[in-house]
Design a protein around this ligand. Structure first.
Ligand SMILES: Cc1ncc(COP(=O)(O)O)c(C=O)c1O
Length: 432
């Protein structure tokens, strides 16, 4: 009898966390690693938010609380959603979760049976594909193409919708591409969902980067479109926009009170509740007049870095990079470099069981890390189904300009170093 259950082998992961093991090896060898892999702001949470949490702990607000979330915080979330999306949302439809990640699992557990189809963006946040596969649902990746600025047309989505589609996952602004769905895009998407999907379909709208938009863009939600509010699970949180990744604070607005009760029950089964002092600090983030300036300062730093990095990447031969409109990532196409360094050929020459463990962009990613001390994420870390032949990296620009400059200079050198790549393959034997 096997020690572990068969299903656990089907659970995926988020490589941004897993890469830590390779980074640790490089650091131990004395390599200075420039970290472009992390999906978190390099800013700390704002002082007024920190102060609120400390005050609350000192006042004894450190006990279990309502598993759906404390009422004043749910009220603040409902107000924020109503004001920013033009919706009528009350606290009874809000559930507070430890980060914006648990609602992904909660939604799949709640709505999807084995064999049901789930449409999700690819490249996209890897945890979507991970839970879809784990729960025995059918993954239906919606491929985002570089030529269309990593957006997709309503017709492309429409072609994937069948009678078995139970959940459609959208993510705007997007991780990893930085693509943003416009109001016009969302109108078309809503129309196609109304026309083609079963009436009980649910849309999972991951809006965790809602505050990080460039070039004066404003945030739009599918939930604001006609007929969508009662189909949409709207998810966001404090990790990205308020630089609160380690606090673990997120929320979901459910289509109705009954479905909110299921999310609450999932909280009861797994975490009981989110710490009340953290929720009070989260409420402060929404209610304090000091928050807007802190967010604006961070977003304008990301925007300045984006402008510099995209130009620097496009200046490297064999690399092309679109201009992201939101979030804090750039997603360059590295096909030219993979060809020039013989990465594609080296991958093709691997025995199939070894080749399956990586991809050309994964091999270049590891070359950059082990030989040049630059940590990035590869294309397959954002959904591997249907990703064959796509050679991209994701770089987080949540890193100071000085480190960005060092990292980009190293990437430029690495992109010309065919000999170094061949030596790296012989030396490290990372894939067996
Ligand atoms: C698209 C997307 N959704 C959800 C999450 C999870 O956010 P949290 O850290 O709040 O759980 C992330 C984090 O990287 C993300 O990029």
């Amino acid at each position: 009898m096997a020690v572990t259950a068969a299903r656990i082998k089907t659970l995926g992961t988020e490589n941004a966390f897993k890469l830590g093991e390779d980074i640790a090896i490089c650091l131990e060898r004395g390599v200075d690693v420039v970290k472009f892999n992390l999906g978190e702001p390099d800013f700390d949470s704002a002082p007024h938010i920190n102060r609120k949490a400390i005050e609350q702990i000192e006042a004894g607000n450190s006990h279990y609380c309502d598993p759906a979330g404390i009422l004043p915080f749910r009220q603040a979330i409902a107000k924020h959603v109503s004001d920013s999306r033009g919706l009528e949302v009350g606290p009874e439809r809000v559930v507070v979760t430890p980060g914006a990640k648990p609602p992904i699992c909660f939604a799949l557990e709640t709505y999807v049976d084995p064999g049901d189809e789930v449409i999700y963006p690819s490249p996209g946040f890897p945890i979507y594909e991970s839970w879809v596969t784990f729960l025995g649902a059918k993954p239906v990746p919606l491929m985002l193409s570089e030529e269309k600025g990593f957006a997709f047309s309503a017709d492309e989505l429409g072609e994937l919708i069948t009678d078995k589609t139970k959940l459609i996952i959208l993510n705007s602004p997007s991780n990893p591409t930085g693509g943003v769905l416009s109001k016009g895009d969302l109108e078309g998407i809503a129309r196609v969902i109304r026309e083609r999907a079963q009436p009980d379909v649910r849309v999972y709208s991951d809006e965790v980067y809602e505050h990080i938009l460039f070039d004066g863009e404003v945030h739009n939600s599918i939930a604001s479109e006609a007929g969508m509010a009662d189909k949409t699970v709207l998810v966001s949180g404090h990790s990205k926009g308020f630089a609160m990744t380690g606090w673990r604070l997120g929320w979901a607005v459910l289509p109705n009170q009954e479905e909110a009760a299921i999310f609450k029950q999932l909280n009861i089964n797994i975490v009981s509740c989110v710490p009340p002092f953290i929720q009070e600090a989260g409420r402060e983030a929404y209610e304090s007049p000091e928050t807007a300036a802190a967010v604006a300062k961070m977003v304008s730093a990301f925007e300045r870095r984006r402008d510099w990095v995209v130009e620097a990447l496009n200046d490297i031969s064999g690399v092309s990079c679109q201009m992201p409109k939101g979030a804090f990532y750039v997603f360059p196409n590295i096909s030219g470099v993979c060809e020039a360094l013989g990465v594609v050929e080296a991958h093709r020459a691997m025995p199939p069981e070894v080749a399956r463990r990586t991809s050309p962009s994964g091999m270049f990613q590891m070359f950059l890390l082990y030989s040049y001390g630059v940590a990035t994420m590869d294309r397959n870390s954002f959904g591997s189904i249907g990703a064959k032949g796509q050679h991209f990296l994701r770089l987080s620009i949540a890193t100071g300009m000085d480190r960005l400059k060092i990292g980009l200079e190293r990437m430029r050198e690495a992109s010309k170093d065919a000999e170094g790549f061949a030596a790296f393959l012989k030396r490290e034997r990372l894939w067996g």
